[in-house]
Design a protein around this ligand. Structure first.
Ligand SMILES: [Zn+2]
Ligand SMILES: [Zn+2]
Length: 333
């Protein structure tokens, strides 16, 4: 099969690889669309230690089942599906609690690190365990379905924020996930959503997608809010998120660009803030697919380009150079 492989740090090539066969309990998908994630763009240089070549990246995918391994009964060739980026075990304490994103044996599709290696979906075919599959609503296109993963991330982050109905929420960072978080907040009933970013174009899009107010970072003071969602992961933005919430408010940390940032300790302690981390997805896939299919969360305006697998190397270069929101690698056939 053809695959876009990370052959060396920061070096991609379209290569021929053996067609993978599904093992027991696994299915093989003919990949239809797969989004380039920020973690692929940042991690492919080797800095994160989670993209050790040779590796086929890609964990935001949709496709059609083309072969089923031994013991697969609930799925058959022809089924249109997406899959959880987290390969969870289903048996550890966290999985039994439903917190599959924290699975003790957690693996991620399209990631290779010291503990595991799993080829992803920037290829004609990918194999995944049946337990992480989700069926696509009939009306949903493969391109939109490739957003189930980032939409799931946004829904999980908003779920971590607790009850947001009627609240004022600050979203720091209007990149891809930030724009999805804004939509997820409005869908959850937030009364007023304020977006902050350095990029005016992204703020304009934020307002089109439902933000009530947009502030160019540093241009005006940020009003006091009930909840702040930090979707960058850098020192100044974490600081802004923490200092913007009212006494007893909540701060949800989604971004994790920097491995560590200074914490305005007294602002957290003396005002009794709840500071929460959020990571990946814990069961929000069906909700994500429903939200996209119903139009409650719009993903089409976020597609910067759809590029065929054979042009995948250029697609990565372009995605990195232009700061595109989402570039999809697609296969028409
Ligand atoms: Zn991703
Ligand atoms: Zn587990």
């Amino acid at each position: 099969m053809r695959a876009l492989q990370l052959v060396a740090p920061s070096t991609l090539a379209v290569v021929d690889l053996p067609l993978p066969s599904p093992g027991p309990g696994e299915v093989r998908l003919r990949v239809k669309a797969c989004g380039i994630c920020g973690s692929d763009l940042h991690g492919m240089d080797g800095s994160s230690g989670r993209r050790i070549p040779p590796l086929v990246m890609g964990h935001e995918a949709s496709g059609v089942i083309d072969a089923a391994g031994e013991g697969v009964t609930a799925w058959k060739p022809g089924d249109r599906v997406t899959f959880d980026s987290t390969v969870w075990c289903g048996e550890c304490g966290y999985c039994r609690e439903g917190r599959v994103n924290l699975c003790d044996s957690r693996q991620v599709v399209g990631v290779a690190c010291a503990e595991f290696r799993r080829d992803g979906a920037f290829a004609e075919y990918v194999t995944v365990p049946q337990r992480i599959l989700h069926r696509l609503p009939d009306a949903l296109s493969f391109e939109e379905a490739a957003f189930a993963e980032p939409v799931g991330v946004a829904l999980h982050a908003v779920r971590r924020a607790g009850e947001v109905g009627g609240t004022t929420v600050l979203v720091v960072g209007a990149g891809l996930i930030g724009l999805l978080v804004i939509q997820a907040l409005k869908r959850a009933g937030a009364a007023r959503v304020i977006a902050v970013d350095l990029d005016e174009g992204r703020l304009k899009l934020a307002c089109e997608l439902g933000a009530d107010e947009a502030i160019v970072s540093g241009s005006a003071p940020v009003p006091e809010v009930d909840v702040a969602m930090e979707v960058v992961g850098a020192a100044p933005t974490v600081d802004l998120a923490i200092r913007s919430v009212r006494k007893g408010g909540r701060v949800v940390l989604v971004g994790n660009l920097s491995p560590s940032v200074p914490l305005p300790l007294q602002a957290v302690v003396t005002r009794e803030l709840d500071v929460l981390g959020t990571c990946a997805i814990a069961g929000e896939y069906p909700e994500a697919l429903e939200a996209i299919a119903s139009g409650a969360i719009r993903v089409r305006p976020l597609i910067s380009a759809s590029v065929g697998l054979e042009d995948g190397v250029g697609a990565f270069v372009k995605a990195k150079a232009t700061g595109a929101l989402k570039v999809l690698i697609t296969s028409g056939s």
